[in-house]
Ligand binder design. Sequence first.
Ligand code: B12
Ligand code: SF4
Ligand code: SF4
Length: 276
Amino acid sequence: MEEQIRAEIIRFVRESPLSRFPDSSEPYFDEPLVGFVAADDHLFTDYKNIIGDFHQTPQEVMERTLGAAGRAASVISWILPITKATRESNRREEQYPSRAWAQTRFFGEQMNGAMRRHLVAWLEERGQQAVAPQFAASWQEFAETPVGIASTWSERHAAYAAGLGTFSLNDALITPKGISHRCGSVITDLALKPSGRAYPDHRHNCLYFRNGSCGLCISRCPVGALSREGHDKSACRTYVYKTAVEAVAESFGVAQTGCGLCQTRVPCEGGIPGNR
Ligand code: B12
Ligand code: SF4
Ligand code: SF4
């Protein structure tokens, strides 16, 4: 069943009409990475301490969405790697995201939403329970928590648990296809074989944490939101959701632009960087 699910995610991303730029036949994403993790993996209860008590376990998401009958057995997580052409266009930028990056943030995320809905329907057709936590009525984002801006379900923490990558100096997840990606997840009552986690610690794929080198994402940030101490989420949010939107959203034909300068022209852009 794991291979069937993986194949269905890859097929949907390849064939969905939502997967292509409005003004060309180019795709937003390369072939997805897919991972599985048991809903009762200790990480989901650890996240109550690492993130906060508000971060829901898979079982909590299922019960809050489906009632007492809701049952979580596995979490399916996927990575949608941003194409090389889009990464290259963002590499050249110093101030605002490129048109292709902004359109990937806006329209590509609509495709990611369609992916979540499709996988839920696909599992339900096979008699399973399924919920996309990002679309659950109980999903909430909080501006002020002890760990800064955070939500009740972090897609990256689900991906980390499913063995798809590790975190980094700028918080983002570095996967075998790099740091430039979008991700998503669905919880189901179907028991699936966990993919396992191959990394020795939760920040191993970032050169800064692996051997103290790099730090190149710091100088890519146009508003100084990155430093050796990490990521100033408030400064980043103001830039991503206000400054960049006011500057380029209208001309790019989108409502959200993202930014992602720290995810391009860096050694982790398209893969796990080797030791430097
Ligand atoms: C709120 C939010 C933001 C906020 C805060 C980001 C943040 N760091 O949490 C702001 C507005 C700043 C933001 C900005 C951006 N975002 Co945003 N955002 C989200 C959202 C909606 C929720 C994130 C959340 O709940 N985070 C929870 C907190 C706790 O995460 P954290 O602080 O990073 O976690 C740290 C600790 O847990 C720590 N840690 C400490 N001890 C331990 C121990 C263990 C064992 C572990 C595992 C971890 C751990 O490691 C983590 C990294 O330092 C998600 C969608 C979703 N539902 O997940 C998208 C999401 C994170 N955003 C995304 C993107 C792409 C962006 C931008 C690049 C904008 C763009 N599209 O161009 C920027 C920059 C992101 C960055 N560098 O983090 C992607 C990230 C994909 C990726 N490549 O990693 C997501 C997943 C959306 C998606 N569906 O793909 N975002
Ligand atoms: S650019 Fe370097 S320091 Fe920044 S996240 Fe990537 S590997 Fe880590
Ligand atoms: S996404 Fe945020 S942290 Fe990264 S370069 Fe843009 S403003 Fe800076």
